[in-house]
Design a protein around this ligand. Structure first.
Ligand SMILES: O=C(O)c1cc(C(=O)O)c2c(n1)C(=O)C(=O)c1cc(C(=O)O)[nH]c1-2
Length: 279
């Protein structure tokens, strides 16, 4: 049996949970079975459980890819998402600081450089590239960088990511980055959709996404290799799946907040970014 999802079929607890509308997660199933999955089985469980909950399925992203967002909604997305981008290298520095292994740190620090750039501007980082996106959408970059106008839930979501990597095992911290297994799919849909469906978006505006198409697979393969080796008990395997699901929740919560504020019912929190034509 190589799939966590099929482990407890016919199990009475699962039937009861399903009847009450609460499905056990792959992590619950691994814990309950108490059997160590082979690395390929854990990888499959992570890929299936994570993709199921990935933000690619969120209505806000679907609207974006269908060409249905107004420019103001696109601006709100870029402004809020900046908070996530700016937090990534900080959370990676926390992860780095928690490892005793120079080989791990050597590999992981690439992530920080990818986002912060290199000294003397030899290489632009993702944060600068994200600001280029914000600017291309007509936003004032100082306003975006201040992070003051992001939604309250955006701040809570990115803080939750910092908490997760600070107050858990290194295994959990590393596993929480595994949403990157799926980000090339999200970006691969988003970039052509943005170029084709929004006349104010150009290739130049979207420079952020190009390097992510090779950085994300490099990073997620490294993290996946570590997670499948480090998770050497059923409980640790379940913790890894839980970490990935928590991270999916963080990404989902950010889009829920955007949707609530800028699509339906359109309730923008006091003090948050308010486009001129907002209710
Ligand atoms: O555009 C996306 O949908 C998307 C998703 C994710 C993700 O799944 O966490 C990341 C990124 N982009 C991204 O650009 C990025 O640098 C990144 C770093 C991380 C991480 O958790 O370490 N996730 C993501």
């Amino acid at each position: 049996m190589n799939s966590a999802a099929s482990m407890s079929e016919g199990d009475t607890t699962k039937q009861r949970d399903t009847q009450s509308g609460v499905r056990p997660t792959a992590a619950d199933e691994i814990r309950k079975a108490g059997r160590l999955l082979p690395p390929a089985g854990l990888e499959q469980a992570l890929r299936t459980a994570g993709f199921d909950r990935y933000h690619i399925h969120h209505p806000f992203h679907k609207m974006m890819n269908a060409g249905d967002l107004t420019k103001a909604q696109m601006q709100a997305w870029a402004l809020n998402r900046y908070c996530y981008q700016a937090t990534i290298p900080k959370k990676d520095a926390i992860i780095l600081s928690r490892s005793e292994d120079p080989e791990f740190r050597r590999e992981w620090r690439k992530r920080i450089i990818d986002h912060d750039g290199e000294v003397n501007g030899e290489k632009d980082g993702g944060i600068k590239r994200w600001l280029k996106l914000a600017e291309g959408l007509g936003l004032d970059t100082d306003m975006v960088q201040s992070r003051k106008y992001a939604l309250p839930a955006t701040h809570f979501a990115v803080d939750a990511y910092i908490d997760l990597v600070s107050n858990s095992s290194l295994l959990v911290a590393v596993a929480s980055s595994l949403t990157e297994l799926f980000s090339p799919v999200a970006i691969g849909e988003r970039v052509p959709a943005m170029l084709n469906r929004y006349d104010y978006i150009t290739e130049d505006t979207l420079v952020y996404f190009k390097p992510r198409m090779h950085q994300a697979p490099r990073d997620s393969e490294h993290a996946l290799d570590l997670v499948t080796r480090w998770a050497d008990t059923p409980d640790k395997q379940a913790d890894a799946v839980d970490a990935l699901l928590s991270k999916c929740n963080i990404l989902w919560a950010m889009l829920d907040a955007l949707h609530f504020a800028y699509v339906e019912p359109g309730l923008i929190a006091p003090g948050s970014f308010r486009p001129p034509d907002a209710k």
